[in-house]
Design a protein around this ligand. Structure first.
Ligand code: GAL
Length: 380
């Protein structure tokens, strides 16, 4: 009996180790934890790696990044993506937006209404009477098709696509969207988006990874030192709906032109911070042209991890995890702390369909929406 017990324990221990065999100490999520079928479509877990040991795990449920292992000071790898350990926990999550592509329209559309070519459209209302992140069944909740996975050799990539039907969540037009995640040998994660439609519509997708450069969501991201290359931001009301005005960051706690710790001014008595319950605003990037340019740099002194964000988009929504309440359990059994993840969402401006002065988010038949954004990592 005793012998049997030891044999059993040894087998269990072996099983646990082999899960991470060859992973360089990274606690990779088990493929079996994401293996399921939803509405007749297969959900699975995919992985991209590079020669430096970086590893990204992605599920086609929401075209979602579920883990992102990057090197840190001392050579250790850290998982800088906030999230959950299995498909079941993503389905029961208190936060729907951990790691996916959000859309058709990332961020808010006031009262879920907009007018296009003289016709008014009404979208699902899922945020205090407004429309947020594509609605209750947005891209983040859909099972995407996996078109291509190249998970050997250099510059590994995965292309996922989704057909958003005419009328879905209230949006006009059948919209075909493709997203490609590529991991380079230079520790860059490139996200490329392409979309076409058969009727005029609006589109503004973005990646909604919550980053924690400590490598654990048990720690607050307030210690991250951040720089945003932006001189102004879009003013909002108390429900975070843009008023249409663009305001200078000068002499405000939203001025991140010089690297500043996120927590330094987050609780300042400033109306925009009160409205956002912290940082939850769209910064207007000080871009020179239409190409991919540096937008943000974030550094965590404890781990030495620096992340740079570059994009061809005009805006970036920086959200400081203000709704993370510390009750939820994360990937490795830790409690997700308050303000334990930041989102840096490259995008056009929130509620642009209702503000003619904002860059247009309209997509017409025959046109192709495209976006390229790059998240790159180094140790300092
Ligand atoms: C952000 C948004 C926040 C909040 C968050 C998800 O993009 O700006 O207000 O909704 O997503 O919890």
């Amino acid at each position: 009996m005793k012998k049997l017990f030891f044999v059993l324990m040894a087998a269990l221990a072996l099983g646990a180790c082999s899960k991470n065999a060859g992973s360089g100490g990274k606690e990779l999520l088990a493929e079996s934890s994401f293996d399921t079928t939803m509405n007749g479509k297969k959900v699975a877990l995919y992985m991209l790696t590079n020669k430096n040991g970086m590893a990204i795990q992605i599920t086609n449920y929401g075209a979602r990044i579920v883990s992102l292992w990057v090197p840190s000071k001392g050579g250790e790898f850290k998982d800088v993506a906030w999230g959950y350990s299995s498909i079941k926990s993503y389905l029961n999550a208190t936060d729907n937006y951990a790691g996916p592509i959000v859309g058709r329209y990332g961020n808010r559309i006031a009262k879920g209404k907009f007018t296009l070519d003289g016709k008014e459209y009404t979208l699902t209302l899922n945020d205090h009477g407004n429309h947020l992140h594509g609605g209750s069944n947005g891209f983040w909740k859909r099972v995407w098709d996996v078109d291509t996975v190249v998970s050997r050799g250099e510059n590994q990539y995965i292309t996922l696509s989704y057909l958003s039907a005419d009328g879905e969540e209230g949006y006009p037009g059948n919209l075909k969207i493709k997203v490609t995640y590529t991991l380079s040998e230079g520790n860059e994660l490139k996200i490329q988006y392409a979309a076409t439609t058969d009727k005029p519509t609006v589109v503004n997708p973005t990646s909604h990874v919550y980053f924690n450069l400590h490598g654990t969501s048990a720690k607050s991201t307030n210690s991250h030192v951040m720089q945003l290359l932006a001189d102004s931001y879009t003013l909002t009301d108390s429900l975070l709906i843009p008023t249409g005005e663009i305001s200078s960051v000068e002499n405000t706690p939203l001025d991140f032109r010089k690297p500043t710790a996120i927590g330094d001014r987050i609780n300042n008595d400033f109306v925009a911070l009160k409205n956002g319950k912290g940082y939850d605003h769209n910064w207007v990037l000080a871009k020179k042209g239409k190409g991919v340019e540096l937008a943000a740099v974030v550094f965590e002194p404890e781990t030495g991890i620096e992340m740079s964000v570059s994009t061809d988009q005009p805006g970036i929504q920086f959200y400081s995890g203000n709704f993370m309440d510390g009750v939820d359990t994360g990937k490795y059994g830790q409690k997700h702390g308050y303000r334990s993840g930041i989102a840096l969402e490259t995008q056009k401006f929130p509620d642009a369909p209702n503000h003619s002065s904002f860059p247009s988010t309209v997509l017409k038949p025959g046109e192709t929406y495209s976006q390229t954004s790059v998240y790159s990592f180094k140790v300092k």
